[in-house]
Design a protein around this ligand. Sequence first.
Ligand code: ZN
Ligand code: ZN
Length: 361
Amino acid sequence: VSLAAPFADRLARLRAAIADRGAQGLLVSNLVNVRYLSGFSGSSGWLLIAQDAARLVSDFRYRLQAAEEAPGFEFVEIKRADEDLPGAIAALGCEAVGFEAAHVTVDTHRRLSERLPGVRLEPTTDLVESLRITKDEGELALLARAAQLTDAAMKHALSLLAPGVGERALAVEIEAFILRAGGEVAFGPIVAAGARGALPHARPTEHAIQRGEAVILDLGASVDGYAVDLTRTVVVGAGSARQREVYALCLAAQQAGLEALRPGAAAEAVDAAARGVIEQAGLGECFGHGLGHGVGLEIHEAPRLARRESRALEAGMVVTVEPGIYLPGEFGVRIEDTAVVTPQGRRLLTQSPKTQEIPVV
Ligand code: ZN
Ligand code: ZN
């Protein structure tokens, strides 16, 4: 069976990486990696990859789904993973089989070792993740669709925002909008008003939004598994001088971060470009998280834009740029977009409007 692009290309690159590590085969346990390599989106399954084999191991529940989503893979049906997975690995006929050290429990590793005395199990890290870190054209097209849907959901949320609306009620509306539009909810939306906005990952509460409160809206949709991430901060009714000042600072920091985002730039340098703007204003202590993170099949994936991340950025990487300024007991401001690194610099995927002054709704 021949593999459709892009899976043939991904598998060829993975096989080269497996050979580089001195192994002949690889057991893929991370379901996100399984999906990336094969297209299979079920909730239970493993891939077994060798130079001449591409097998998807799962059970009866997924037989039809596997044929539909991963037609290029040979389906190996098992009943119980603990009993049957070792046999499937042995059937590869490899002396050395890599496994994903971050995704195999100590218990599973012990069972596999006991039942595979003739196979050398080699721990690997980030073999598939290092392929996922730059996106191909097909992935960028899905991310663009996810961004359009996310922008539409933000517009919808802002149209509903008014004094008296509950944080949780608005979060539910955002989720319903994304689902009705044909997307999936990439993560539970954050709606954080007033002092709750000072909690970077606030859960929406029953709190009814008040006139004068700054509100952080952080939401994302995914399309065919690919997610984007978007945050806007607005004020309801009328803003204070302090809110306008902190918003302007956060926006300037985001612009500095976006301008620094380009191929060859170190991830920590992009973080520093944005962070420096906030530090110069004396509010460095109020920006306690990294500037951004990669997005794709996972809402948080490599690369991270943060301090002590020396990795050089490459065209095709997709990251968020999201400085935040959190004033405990008062309010918070965060502005986030998802952008792709291009040969020339960067291109925004999320296109929700940004104004120089904090928007008043
Ligand atoms: Zn984010
Ligand atoms: Zn976000």
